[in-house]
Design a protein around this ligand. Structure first.
Ligand SMILES: Cc1cc2nc3c(=O)[nH]c(=O)nc-3n(C[C@H](O)[C@H](O)[C@H](O)COP(=O)(O)OP(=O)(O)OC[C@H]3O[C@@H](n4cnc5c(N)ncnc54)[C@H](O)[C@@H]3O)c2cc1C
Length: 451
């Protein structure tokens, strides 16, 4: 059916939220996502206010044969939340979080960020595994896996997803739980945005004291080799309460440093003792470790990740941090082309590794480091040289990698990397895609092809 002004008017009238078109005042700000490189122009943006608006949006797009993209927090580096020419289903205004402290369950809508979620759950001394940047959306992060400070204790975010309400490709709202459509729940635990638009997420919560012990310690870049070796050692056999990530970054005043960003998630006095060896390692240029609120821990990476910056990522998992790999990391980090760019290593272990790979769509169940080369710059004319740096870096370390975190794939990563991310679970996911979305209606994502 053609898209004329009468059809758009009727669509607008069917929603509680707005429908934006090019030329509308809020159109350009609403189509923007975290990665400033992404500059796509949907024909329409539906700013949904609830599940009914999402249902209308999916049905409208089906009727008019429109490509659909779905926005949660807008953080995906590939910018898959926004499409060219189609309908962007924007869930950013769907922000309610309901906490049931006695059952230790939270229900949250898809526009909720981890800052929103932590604010509500920490009021009750509860939490679940979320992302390390507070503005990231719970939606895309959970559906793609979810690595964060609590992962070693409670598994990935998707492991803590108990149930979801989802608008599927046939334009109906269904429930996915262990008792209802359990195959769909399995797929949502890692299968990304392939199966529909989730309108409500239900998470298990855990007791998490409001104060933790942690922060960042930084050394001059010249110490990078030694610090990364030390980092590899402390991650080995680390108890679940200890979470340590590493980075090669620039400080706001322009110093190139290697940093460990660590937290002890249990008792503060014990944390002080457990993190002492990190603070004592060589002579740091900055030591910002101490007691801090759990909500603040989840904002430590916010400063380096503002909206409005151009970026390009390359990512993969390393099972070992051997000397050869560290040499290559340090060699290429030395040639960084922008003071906004960074190298990050996130440790994955503990509870994440205590399930079978087939237990959830998310298949990585062995201890690894998630490694990210993050090129960031502000002048669009400089894109080529920063992208080239990230690609050079990645080709040097790729031989040491195996697999990739689907949420860290960029727009030019080939579909073979999506398959690699799911490993042996890909065939089951493709069959479930054929069941729940046979026409590949939801394809602005790390796409699982119906099979
Ligand atoms: C600064 C930064 C920090 C990050 N930190 C972490 C981290 O600590 N841990 C981690 O695991 N990952 C992290 N990530 C990666 C993150 O998990 C992905 O970028 C994720 O896609 C972001 O989710 P979003 O809702 O913000 O994204 P969006 O860009 O809004 O959405 C991304 C995709 O998710 C799907 N999607 C979104 N909403 C819905 C919905 N309601 N229903 C169905 N599908 C939906 C769609 O396919 C959409 O294209 C980080 C990313 C950035 C940019």
């Amino acid at each position: 059916m053609p898209l004329d002004s009468a059809a758009i008017g009727a669509f607008r009238a069917s929603l509680r939220g707005d429908v934006l078109q090019p030329g509308d005042a809020a159109y350009d700000t609403t189509r923007k996502v975290w990665n400033e490189m992404v500059d796509r122009r949907p024909a329409l943006i539906a700013r949904c206010r609830g599940a009914a608006d999402v249902l209308q949006s999916v049905r409208f797009a089906k009727t008019h044969g429109l490509l659909v993209s779905v926005r949660g927090g807008g953080h995906n580096v590939a910018g898959s939340a926004v499409c060219d020419g189609g309908l962007m289903i924007d869930c950013a205004a769907m922000k309610s979080v309901h906490v049931d402290p006695s059952a230790r369950i939270a229900r949250a809508e898809p526009g909720v960020t981890w800052a929103d979620f932590n604010h509500e759950t920490q009021a009750f001394g509860l939490a679940t595994t979320g992302g390390v940047v507070s503005r990231t959306g719970i939606a895309g992060l959970t559906l793609g896996g979810g690595i964060g400070w609590l992962a070693g204790k409670y598994g990935y975010s998707c492991d803590n997803l108990r149930a979801a309400d989802i608008v599927t490709a046939n334009g109906e709202l269904v429930r996915a739980s262990s008792g209802l459509n359990s195959d769909l729940l399995w797929a949502l635990r890692g299968g990304g945005g392939n199966f529909g638009v989730v309108t409500s997420f239900e998470f298990d919560l855990h007791v998490q004291p409001q104060m933790v012990y942690g922060g960042m310690v930084a050394w001059p870049f010249e110490a990078a080799r030694d610090v990364l070796k030390f980092y590899g050692d402390i991650c080995r056999d680390a108890p679940p309460d200890l979470a340590v990530n590493a980075g090669i970054i620039y400080t706001p005043d322009g110093h190139h440093v290697v940093a460990l960003i660590a937290a002890w998630l249990g008792d503060i006095a014990e944390g002080e003792a457990r993190l002492a060896p990190i603070r004592r390692f060589a002579a740091p240029v900055a030591d910002m470790i101490g007691p801090l609120p759990y909500t603040a821990l989840n904002m430590l990476f916010d400063g380096g990740n503002p909206f409005g910056v151009h970026r390009y990522w390359k990512s993969g998992y390393f099972a070992m941090l051997g000397d050869d790999l560290i040499d290559r990391i340090v060699e290429h980090a030395a040639t960084t082309t922008s003071p906004l760019s960074a190298i990050l290593l996130f440790r994955v272990d503990g509870a994440c590794t205590q399930k079978e790979p087939s237990a959830t769509a998310f298949s990585l169940r062995e201890p690894v480091w998630d490694f990210d080369v993050i090129a960031q710059w502000t002048n669009p004319a400089e894109a080529d040289r920063h992208v080239a740096w990230a690609r050079r870096f990645w080709s040097a370390v790729e031989p040491f990698s195996r697999g990739v975190y689907v949420n860290h794939l960029d727009s030019d990563d080939p579909s073979t990397r999506v398959r690699a991310a799911y490993g042996e679970n890909y065939a089951r996911l493709a069959a479930l895609k054929a069941k729940w979305d046979p026409t590949n209606f939801f394809r602005m994502n790390n796409n699982i092809v119906p099979g």
